[in-house]
Every structure is written in structure tokens, then in C-alpha cells.
Design a protein around this ligand. Structure first.
Ligand code: PHE
Length: 341
């Protein structure tokens, strides 16, 4: 009898709905009993075996059972889903105080880093940055800097010559000329950048960096040059570092002086870094030669200037205790990572 089958399905389905402990199990009950291919649907297919007049009534009974089951299903489903969500929330507590996934920190290469530090320090006393080409002509790299042709000073510089008579600039001093040609004094500029010399060993790289400083004003003396450099050295290396000036020669400055600072590693006592002298050379300096001013269109009777040029690698080596200049260009991550911020 179909009606008994219907009763049986109803009973079993109700039991199964009650005993389902997860929403997934509950859903399987629905599939089995009153889903599209479930037992109720199969029962409907047997409708044809009933006498015609009983069919509508039985159909209604089946639909009634289906509706009742669906209501119980909905009730259970709501309860189970809520329970499951609560369990999930308990299980997956979000601890907002935990640190996030670690991220690799980048590092600024020591050369641009040192340039940035120097520019920061000197910009506090009024200097601002200029740049010039790395491929220069003979005029800017030498002649305008009071180094005429065949002058022995040209040998000091181990020049790389480029086809067509140009040179790779051997120092940043040509930027002095470009600046004086383009700007009216008073001038206070810095020119950091790459320079090139035909030279290569543990302490010389064919491509290294310098920072040039040029000041032009009405009255400029060695005292101001020394004061500026001493201030800079203390700011850069630390207040205990002393500065020493040794008389020297550059064609573009007169008088000229080489600049040493007391060795930051041994505090001047003498060590390997300073070759036991207690002092380390960081660059050249001097008062701008009158010929250089007039070459660049500035009247040396009205204006005076000082200039200095420091080696960036040199300064980085001293500040960070680096023992080989080639490390700067080898891209060894073990070296570079030490400069992570
Ligand atoms: N240009 C010089 C060099 O490369 C350094 C220097 C710059 C000296 C400015 C005096 C003044 O050695």
C-alpha cells in the first residue's frame, strides 16, 4: 500500500532529521528522502497504480509530508549551522596581536647611502646638489680647471679616453665649471657622482664616486674651508674625530690642502686601517684658483671660492670598516644585507 510506504518514509525521514548531527549529514537526509531523486519522488512515480479518483488526494498527502519534512529540515539546518559557526569561531580565533608574516627588508647600498648622509649634513649649511655629465670633454675635465695640455698634472689622473676626444670624467671637479658658467655667485653646491680612472686593486676601483663641494662668495678664506670641513667630518664620523690639513697641490686650487681625519677605528692610536699613522686621507681641497674663476666667467677680483672633493668609497670604508673596495660592486648579498635599515 502506497499510504503505508508514505508513512514509513515519513517516520524514517523524521528520525534521520532528528539524529543528523552536522548540516552535511542533514543534507544527505534530504537527498535520500525528499530531494529531487529521493524516496518521495520515487513514490510519486507509483501514483499510476492507484485508482484515478484516489490520485489527487494521495498527491496532496505526499506534498503534505514533503512540506512537513522540509519545515523540520529548515529548523534543524538553522540550529546546526549556527552551532557549526560558533564552533568555527571558537576554533579560528584571530589573534590580532600576533606579528604578521615577516617581510624581507631591503637595504640601501652603502655608496648612495653615504652620499645621502653627506648631502643631508651639508645641505643644513646651505649647500644644494648639482650634477654634470660623466662623459666630459677635455676642456671641462682639465683645461678649465687650470690643467693645460701637456701639463704633468694630467698624469695624476689615469684618464680613460673615449672615441672622439671625450673623456670619462676623472673627478667631479668639472661640475664646478658647469655650475659657475650657469649660475651667478654666491654659489654653494655639492656634486656627488661616479668618476673613472684607469686603476684597479684592493683600494682602487676604475669606477668610484666623489662628492665635490664648491662655494663662491665675496670673501672666502682657508679658515672657512677648514671650518666647513671640520664641521662636516664631525657630523659624519662622530664628534671625537679630528681633521688635519696637509699642504698639497692641485692646479685648480691655490692654496691646496689634502684632508685627513683621525682614524675612527683606532681613535688615532694607529692600526691597520690607517697604516699605523692614526690618520686617514679623505680628499683634496683648497681655495678656487683665480684662473678657474675667470675661465668660468667669474671675476676673481670680486669673488673668491673654496672647493673640496672627497672619495665616497673612502668614506664608506672608514665609516663601516670595509676592507676591500671591490665589495661595493660584487653584489654579494652577505655584504649588502649588513646595510639593512
Ligand atoms: N678633484 C680632486 C681629485 O680628484 C679633489 C679636489 C677637489 C681637490 C676640489 C681640490 C678641490 O683628486
Amino acid at each position: 500500500m502506497l499510504i503505508e510506504k508514505l508513512e514509513k518514509i515519513k517516520e524514517e525521514a523524521e528520525k534521520a532529521i532528528k539524529s543528523a548531527t552536522t548540516s552535511e549529514a542533514l543534507y544527505q537526509v534530504k537527498v535520500q528522502f525528499f530531494g529531487k531523486q529521493g524516496q518521495l519522488s520515487l513514490l510519486m512515480k507509483e501514483l499510476g497504480s492507484l485508482p484515478k479518483e484516489e490520485r489527487p488526494q494521495f498527491g496532496q498527502q505526499v506534498n503534505g509530508v514533503r512540506g512537513g519534512l522540509q519545515a523540520q529540515y529548515d529548523e534543524s539546518e538553522g540550529r546546526l549551522k549556527k552551532q557549526e559557526l560558533n564552533e568555527k569561531l571558537k576554533r579560528e580565533v584571530l589573534d590580532l596581536s600576533l606579528p604578521g608574516p615577516a617581510q624581507d627588508q631591503g637595504a640601501i647600498h652603502p655608496i648612495p647611502r653615504v652620499i645621502g648622509e653627506i648631502v643631508d649634513i651639508l645641505s643644513r649649511i646651505g649647500f644644494s646638489v648639482r650634477s654634470g655629465p660623466m662623459i666630459e670633454n677635455d676642456h671641462y675635465n682639465f683645461t678649465a680647471l687650470n690643467i693645460p695640455e701637456n701639463h704633468p698634472a694630467r698624469d695624476m689622473q689615469d684618464t680613460f679616453y673615449v672615441e672622439g676626444g671625450s673623456v670619462l670624467r676623472t673627478h667631479t671637479s668639472p661640475v664646478q665649471i658647469h655650475t659657475m658658467e650657469n649660475e651667478k655667485p654666491p654659489i654653494r653646491v655639492l656634486a656627488p657622482g661616479g668618476v673613472f680612472r684607469c686603476d684597479s686593486d684592493a683600494s682602487h676601483s676604475p669606477n668610484f664616486h666623489q662628492i665635490e663641494a664648491l662655494l663662491v662668495d665675496k670673501k672666502v678664506s682657508m679658515a672657512e674651508l677648514k671650518g666647513t670641513i671640520s664641521f662636516f667630518v664631525k657630523e659624519f664620523f662622530g664628534p671625537e674625530i679630528k681633521t688635519r690639513f696637509r699642504p698639497s697641490f692641485f692646479p685648480f686650487t691655490e692654496p691646496s690642502a689634502e684632508v685627513d681625519c683621525s682614524c675612527p677605528l683606532c681613535k688615532g692610536k694607529g692600526c691597520r686601517m690607517c697604516s699605523q699613522t692614526g690618520w686617514i686621507e679623505i680628499g683634496g681641497s683648497g681655495l678656487v684658483h683665480p684662473n678657474v674663476l675667470s675661465q668660468a666667467g667669474i671675476d676673481p677680483d670680486e669673488w673668491q671660492g673654496f672647493a673640496f672633493g672627497f672619495g665616497i668609497e673612502r668614506m664608506a670604508i672608514i665609516k663601516y670598516g670595509i676592507n676591500d673596495i671591490r665589495l661595493f660592486v660584487e653584489n654579494d648579498l652577505r655584504f649588502l644585507r649588513q646595510f639593512e635599515l
